[in-house]
Design a protein around this ligand. Structure first.
Ligand SMILES: Cc1cc2nc3c(=O)[nH]c(=O)nc-3n(C[C@H](O)[C@H](O)[C@H](O)COP(=O)(O)OP(=O)(O)OC[C@H]3O[C@@H](n4cnc5c(N)ncnc54)[C@H](O)[C@@H]3O)c2cc1C
Length: 599
């Protein structure tokens, strides 16, 4: 949307805290030995750092490669409507690119990850979806630990999140279920402004009830159906792991030291004669590729929370990974763990657009500098209006293929169960395109299609032995025939949705390439040309049963065959048919208790 171009004034909304110890230069660290070292102050890392620092006796060092979440540019990561602006091409992003994707006509695509306190929770699209209860029960079965089951994990969901009033303070009865929300630090809310399409979406759930039912609250364990989007927004600004967990800990506790702008380059083996496995309680870090290396050690544990790309990269640079691949790069293998970086699950995503008979879409604001500044001024003055709203959608929906579907007969069902979706829609009150050039005139309706139960699996591998080189990221988007067939089914379902009477007279015509998405071949070709990742990599250090040869961590998230290292981030999730941040928070909350119990 390129919205930041219009913004000339800083917002003054940036998070403020008095820091326990916030350092940007490793030479100023007061000590080299800590109880815990947390690598990555991202979504999970901030949760772990906060919870461990509840014990004033432990000393924690958090090392973050990226920048602070404050400063003159921070409006890009705070203002809800600018949600799509915070990632690719900014200083808050790692600015990764994928390898050429064979099923996408060999296109490469941007692959955003947060390079900032809060990690990707500071730059993501803020959709808050826990996924189905079946997903967690499957995780319990995969790991052999009932502690991950929905029943046991749900208290951690409540501990993580608190539902607060929407920016417009509207009455939210019938839009969510208060009984499944808790009193945690992360703030979530329903849309902060109504849009012209809200009623059309809701009326469609009535007219086509059996295929597209209304779901009061997707976060209650069954996400199927269309519901009001819950976003990580509170008090008209983004709520992230940095604002919810890190800032309060830094403001109130002196036992956390945070070092930013510094990259962990590898884990270091430390002597431990009593362990049968190599022990890695040392961490090496640096600020530039050729700059000095610094080290620190942990008495208790190193917690890797560098995310689905950073975590496997650090493991491989430390000699923990597939021996054959490591030796090709001249890296000595300390632990042969072939699944490091493998089994990556990501969710392909694209959108279709239609021109509409309305001027009340956000196109009228983003394509008009005066309207844009007026709306922004309203937001600055009151915290209200379109800028207080998540631009992504007011409604999303999760759906399954029909049980009689030939695709399920041919390939089997990869979902966690009958309440777990194959695909998702997001209904957008304006033009949204993944690869399409944005029109500068006209008004549009867009619908995003997201494949949430793909069978394709990608990988993260090292490009070189330098920690400052980006790894090779291959999300394998649409790589399997199953995935390709499901996106075709999904677009056909979407076309049924917009054929309902609430859209008659509103939708005028398909825009651009969407007009070709009418036959099965046309839909697939459109997808090949427009699919990108919705930025949900998972599974690159996946959880499995302790004795299983496959996988990277055991049920307590300890790296297999290694002593002293635990992984807490999205990389341990084998896959989930949801926007994953809620699961990352929930897993991190339980992980903190596992770490405390192990002390
Ligand atoms: C653009 C975008 C949109 C998204 N939209 C949504 C959404 O709407 N809803 C949703 O649920 N999910 C969404 N996601 C996904 C979700 O945000 C992530 O799954 C989740 O935040 C991952 O958490 P994490 O802790 O695993 O990693 P991160 O939050 O990415 O944290 C990893 C941290 O480690 C740091 N790091 C990495 N390597 C090193 C190193 N070597 N040394 C030191 N630090 C390091 C990183 O800089 C980062 O701060 C989106 C993600 C992106 C990027």
């Amino acid at each position: 949307m390129e919205l930041v171009k219009f913004i000339v004034v800083g917002l003054g909304l940036t998070a403020k805290y008095t820091l326990a110890a916030l350092l940007t230069d490793p030479r100023h660290l007061p000590q080299t030995q800590w109880d815990y070292i947390v690598v990555g102050a991202g979504t999970a890392g901030c949760v772990v750092a906060n919870r461990l620092s509840e014990n004033p006796k432990v000393k924690i060092l958090v090392i973050e490669a990226g920048v602070q979440n404050t400063g003159p540019d921070a409006s890009a990561i705070e203002v809800p409507f600018l949600v799509a602006e915070a990632s690719s091409g900014t200083t808050f992003d790692w600015n990764y690119t994928t390898t050429p994707q064979a099923a996408l006509n060999n296109r490469t695509t941007a692959y955003p990850r947060g390079f900032v306190l809060g990690g990707s929770s500071s730059t993501n699209y803020m959709a808050f979806t826990r996924g189905s209860s079946e997903e967690y029960n499957r995780l319990a079965s995969i790991s052999g630990d009932s502690g991950w089951s929905w029943r046991k994990i749900f208290p951690y969901a409540l501990k993580n999140e608190k539902h607060v009033a929407s920016a417009d303070n509207h009455k939210t009865t019938g839009e969510y279920n208060p009984s499944v929300h808790g009193n945690g630090p992360l703030l979530t809310s329903l849309p902060g402004t109504s849009t012209d399409i809200d009623n059309r979406v809701l009326e469609t759930t009535k007219e086509l009830h059996s295929e597209f039912p209304f779901n009061l609250d997707m976060n209650a364990g069954n996400p199927l159906g269309v519901g009001w989007l819950q976003s990580t927004i509170g008090n008209s600004v983004r709520s992230s792991s940095a604002t919810a967990y890190l800032s309060p800990a830094l403001a109130n506790r002196s036992n956390i030291n945070l070092l930013t702008n510094t990259r962990v380059t590898r884990l270091i083996k430390t002597n431990n004669l009593s362990s049968r496995f190599p022990t890695f309680l040392g961490v090496e870090f640096a600020q530039t590729a050729s700059g000095p290396r610094f080290t620190a050690t942990a008495r208790e544990e190193v917690i890797l929370s560098a995310g689905s790309i950073g975590t496997p990269q650090i493991l491989m640079l430390s000699g923990i990974g597939d021996q054959t691949k490591l030796s090709k790069l001249g890296i000595k293998t300390a632990v042969n763990l072939p699944d490091v970086g493998m089994n990556m699950q990501d969710h392909p995503f694209f959108a279709l657009q239609w021109s509409v008979n309305s001027t009340k879409t956000f196109d009228s604001i983003v394509n008009n500098a005066t309207a844009f500044s007026d709306a922004f001024a309203q937001y600055e003055a009151t915290g209200q209006g379109i800028f207080a709203n998540n631009a992504i959608a007011n409604h999303i929906g999760f759906f399954r293929l029909a049980e009689s579907s030939g695709i399920l007969k041919q390939f089997g069902d990869p979902t966690a169960g009958p309440h777990s979706p194959h695909y998702e829609f997001a209904f957008i009150n304006g033009f949204y395109g993944t690869t399409q050039t944005e029109p500068t005139t006209g008004n549009y309706f867009s619908a995003a299609v997201i494949l949430v139960s793909p069978t394709s699996r990608g990988s993260v591998t090292l490009a070189s032995d330098s920690p400052f080189d980006h790894p090779l990221i291959d999300p394998a988007l649409l790589a399997t025939s199953f995935d390709q067939q499901v996106v075709v089914e999904a677009v056909e379902a979407l076309q049924r949705f917009i054929s309902a009477s609430p859209w008659k007279g509103y939708i005028k015509a398909p825009y651009g390439g969407s007009a070709n998405a009418t036959t099965r071949d046309g839909i697939l070709e459109y997808a090949r040309n427009s699919v990108i990742s919705i930025r949900h990599p998972m599974g690159t250090a996946a959880m499995s049963q302790t004795r299983a040869r496959a996988g990277v961590v055991d049920a307590h998230l300890l790296v297999k065959g290694v002593e002293g290292v635990r992984i807490v981030d999205a990389s341990v999730i084998p896959g989930i048919a949801a926007h994953p941040q809620a699961a990352v928070y929930i897993i991190a909350e339980r992980a903190a208790d596992l770490i405390k119990a192990a002390r």
